[in-house]
Design a protein around this ligand. Structure first.
Ligand SMILES: [Zn+2]
Length: 485
């Protein structure tokens, strides 16, 4: 849209991540998905009067780890607050959250779109409890339902809220930020990354302003973005909508909007609450949380290799930045790469085989690597044979398919399938002579200058040798043989 170019979009994302702890944040109930309704519930998470919350230490550990991975400052002292609102899925009438003293602040996440890298600031990371869930019975949706049921299994499940600075300028960047944050959380094993199931949730704050203006425009918040694709589409729609309203002389209303995948639009849900609407005050039942530096150091020492570091390590091994990115984005392939590269002298070739051939075999069969009787070390042996020219690429593809299907050792399969490369130039020369004898007409054509026929003759040799001859060797021997005729 031409008018968009005179406006600039300003986007910030708020992400809620359910933590993969065994128990809830303030009681010992199981924090899990899929139990019978209201079975993972106790007086604490059901909000009975007189009960007291006890903070789960694992939640703090996960929050610190996430804060460190996002380059945040970890607060030596923070506290919890009550966020008051009334809704049937919130049994206490308030949510225990962190208001003015979050556990982590002032971080950043490096985000790449194509070749351009952007540093998106992390405003804050804080801990809070999730609410329960309403199940609407009857016709579809809340409005048309006959009645609603309350399931408190999710009440008290620990959440991290991760709030970015409004540093994002396009829907592509927003998508890349969300994808990178998801990969980070999954790598840390603090969240399962399932946007579709709601264990990772994303809201987008979107505003536009005339290009060059420092002051921010009025923003709207879009909820219900449960896939990367929806996130991108909803932001694109919202940017266009706001630009259109402003271009026509209208004003943007600060409000919460929802994305409708059915209608491909965002629509107003409610006017946006201000913080004062929630009457925050310090949680009197929990003492302030003091975090000493040795605990932070212990957690830092336990952290796995992060995606950004892994990409850098792969590039240092000789992979292209693109290949490194593809592998790291698919943790299963990256693990296989590490195992294979550890026993091979050809990491770059291993990456290529994983990204092209192995990924294709997995896609065709709609499989996961873990489903296959396939060891990364077998791939390493296969790639080594190709690189040492003991088998051709064409033969290796056949072997790989058999390795994936049967889980046998590549070297054994090469012997079994008779696919060892024809290293014997003498034998190959004999094959070529026989083929030239059998195709006198084509030889004559070649001699008269029609060099295109060379492709046909090469094909005959490859077929006769069942892909076991090295193409370069075939080309040179064939040309030499033709020259002698
Ligand atoms: Zn409980």
């Amino acid at each position: 849209m031409s008018t968009t170019s005179t406006y600039e979009a300003v986007i910030g994302l708020e992400v809620h991540a359910e933590l993969l702890t065994a128990t809830k944040i303030f009681c010992s109930c199981a924090a899990r998905f899929g139990s019978e309704p209201n079975t993972d519930v106790c007086p604490v998470c059901a909000g009975f009067p007189g009960t007291l919350p006890v903070l789960n230490g694992k939640v703090v550990e996960f929050a610190i780890m996430t804060g460190l991975a996002l380059h945040c400052d970890i607060a030596p002292r923070c506290k919890f607050d009550r966020k008051n609102y009334f809704y049937p899925d919130l049994p206490k009438g308030y949510q225990i959250s962190q208001y003015d003293q979050p556990i982590a602040t002032k971080g950043f996440l490096e985000v790449r779109v194509a070749d351009e890298s952007t540093r998106v600031g992390i405003h804050r990371v804080h801990m809070e409890e999730d609410a329960g869930k309403l199940v609407h019975v009857g016709a579809a949706g809340l409005a048309g339902s006959d009645y609603s049921l309350v399931d408190l299994n999710r009440a008290g499940v620990p959440l991290l809220e991760i709030v970015s600075e409004p540093d994002i300028r396009s829907s592509e960047q927003a998508r890349a930020y969300m994808a990178e944050l998801r990969l980070l959380l999954v790598t840390l094993k603090v969240n399962d990354g399932r946007l579709e199931e709601g264990s990772l949730r994303c809201d987008a704050n979107v505003s536009v302003r005339p290009a060059g203006q420092a002051q921010l425009g009025t923003r709207t918040e879009i909820k219900n973005l449960n896939s990367l694709r929806f996130l991108q589409k909803a932001i694109d729609f919202e940017i266009d909508r706001q630009v259109r309203v402003l271009s026509e002389g209208g004003v943007i209303v600060q409000e919460t909007r929802l994305w409708s995948e059915e209608r491909q639009v965002t629509y107003a849900m409610r006017s946006k609450e201000e913080a004062s609407d929630y009457r925050y005050f310090p949680e009197p039942d929990l003492s302030p949380l003091v975090i000493d530096s040795s605990w932070i150091a212990d957690i830092r020492a336990q952290m796995p290799e992060l995606p950004a570091a892994r990409r850098t390590r792969y590039v240092d091994l000789g992979l292209s930045p693109y290949d490194a990115g593809v592998l790291v984005d698919q943790m299963e392939l990256a693990s296989a790469f590490d195992a294979a590269a550890a026993v091979s002298a050809y990491p770059k070739a291993i990456a290529t085989w994983l990204i092209k051939d192995v990924a294709r075999l997995l896609n065709e069969g709609k499989l996961r690597l873990a489903d296959l009787p396939f060891q990364p070390e077998q791939l390493a042996r296969l790639v080594d044979m190709v690189e040492r020219q003991e088998i051709t690429v064409a033969a290796a593809r056949k072997v790989l398919a058999a390795v994936v299907a049967e889980g046998k050792d590549p070297a054994a399969l090469v012997a079994e399938m008779g696919l060892a490369a024809m290293a014997d130039a003498g034998a190959l020369r004999d094959v070529i002579e026989r083929i030239l004898d059998a195709h006198q007409a084509q030889v004559a054509e070649f001699k008269s200058g029609k060099t295109k026929v060379l492709g046909f003759l090469t094909g005959q040799v490859m077929r006769q040798t069942q892909g076991r001859a090295q193409p370069q060797q075939v080309a040179s021997l064939l040309e030499a043989a033709l020259a002698r005729r």
